[in-house]
Design a binder for this molecule. Structure first.
Ligand code: KG4
Ligand code: ZN
Length: 352
């Protein structure tokens, strides 16, 4: 079984082919970073136009690299949400067109499900597992009980962790995207120099909050003598922020592990996914936590943590195996929670 996957929900245009032996036959990925960098963030209109300009060529290149034709495919998967709707439309229309012309099943994939199932592509993980999904748009703890069966244990009540990394980077004059820049600067920094809060630590439940931590970094910057920040200041602030964020994540994960075990006493696996899971410091911290808790930690290779099309092709393949095929009338969804039954998050910073 071979599935073509298309990803266009944010600022990466990508096409990939995977098979049911968990092999990635090809991945063609074009980052639009240079186009968005001058604006310090993703501009939806620029993203949509760039996806439109490049997607056909990337699909052709992915097919060529794998040495197969459309007739060899078993299905076409595309991210159908959540994400920037202009870009999602480009990917979905491309996939539907190929599906219609070649009479192939179309698979509308939830981008978050792509991240959530990556561990089964890289490590053949069985269900259930506990998932920390930390990206630019989301920060959630989920019990993954099967394909399409997700229970949300916690979510952020304000910023996502990736957003917090990006905003801290911006206020320190670092480049975009901020996560990798903050991580790099933190390597040289002293995490103890600035006293920063550990939001939500010790609170009941598994929800996250990062906006207070971000504001604390801003206050720490303002408390410094006027003038440009020295490289040392930047490094120390990055190290302090990263350590505080990791402490907060560790506390939330600890609680989620307990909740998860109540329902699944034999649970053995913690998975991390999403762009922030590429952070080496966080990976080390979570590896230590997993060991303490007697869990196996699965952290996909860095390029499979950030957005890519292999994860979309794989999620599509998992759905295809179960017969979960979508009609060509499927409407892309700018918002699409993995666990529609989860109660809305509550707290001071909840976004409307
Ligand atoms: O999953 P992703 O590629 O796109 C979304 O679906 O959001 O995640 C992007 C986010 C950005 O906020 C980026 O700054 C963050 O992941 N990120 C990192 C690292 N690499 C990417 N955050 C911390 N450390 C990193 N090394
Ligand atoms: Zn993502």
């Amino acid at each position: 079984m071979i599935v073509l996957g298309i990803e266009t929900s944010c600022d990466e245009t990508a096409a990939a082919l995977v098979d049911d032996n968990r092999r990635i036959l090809s991945e063609e990925l074009l980052s639009q970073l240079d186009e968005h960098r001058p604006y310090g963030g993703v501009v939806p209109e620029i993203a949509a136009r760039a996806h439109l300009e490049h997607i056909d060529r990337l699909v052709a290149r992915a097919m060529e690299a794998a040495g197969i034709g459309f007739g060899d495919l078993d299905g076409i998967a595309a991210t159908a949400g959540p994400g920037l709707i202009g870009g999602v439309l480009v990917g979905v229309m491309t996939a539907k067109a190929i599906a219609a012309v070649h009479d192939l099943p179309f698979l509308a994939v939830n981008h978050l499900e792509g991240h959530a199932l990556t561990a089964r592509l890289t490590d053949d993980t069985g269900f259930p597992y506990l998932l920390l999904l930390a990206s630019g748009g989301h920060c959630q703890l989920l019990a993954v009980e099967g394909v399409g069966a997700y229970r949300r244990l916690g979510t952020t009540i304000d910023d996502s962790l990736g957003e917090a990394f990006d905003k801290v980077a911006k206020m320190l004059g670092l480049g975009y995207p901020g996560g990798p820049e903050v991580e790099k600067a933190a390597l040289e920094g002293d995490p103890e120099r600035f006293a920063l809060p550990r939001p939500m630590r010790g609170r009941p439940g598994c929800d996250f909050s990062f906006s207070g931590l971000k504001t604390a970094v801003r206050h720490a910057v303002h408390a410094l003598p006027p003038g440009p920040l020295s490289p040392r200041d930047v490094a120390d602030l990055c190290a302090g922020f990263q350590a505080a964020a990791a402490d907060a994540v560790e506390d939330r994960c600890c609680r989620a592990i307990a909740t998860f075990r109540d329902r699944h006493p034999d649970a053995a696996t913690l998975v991390i996914a999403g762009g922030v899971a590429a952070n080496q410091y966080l990976r080390v911290r979570l590896a230590a936590l997993a060991e303490e808790e007697g869990l196996r930690l699965i952290a996909p290779p860095l390029w499979l943590c950030t957005d890519n099309a292999s994860m979309i092709a794989w999620a599509g393949l998992e759905r295809l195996r179960l017969g979960l095929i979508d009609g060509l009338d499927f409407k892309p969804r700018p918002r699409w929670p993995l666990d529609p039954g989860a109660p809305p998050a509550t707290g001071a910073g909840v976004k409307a």
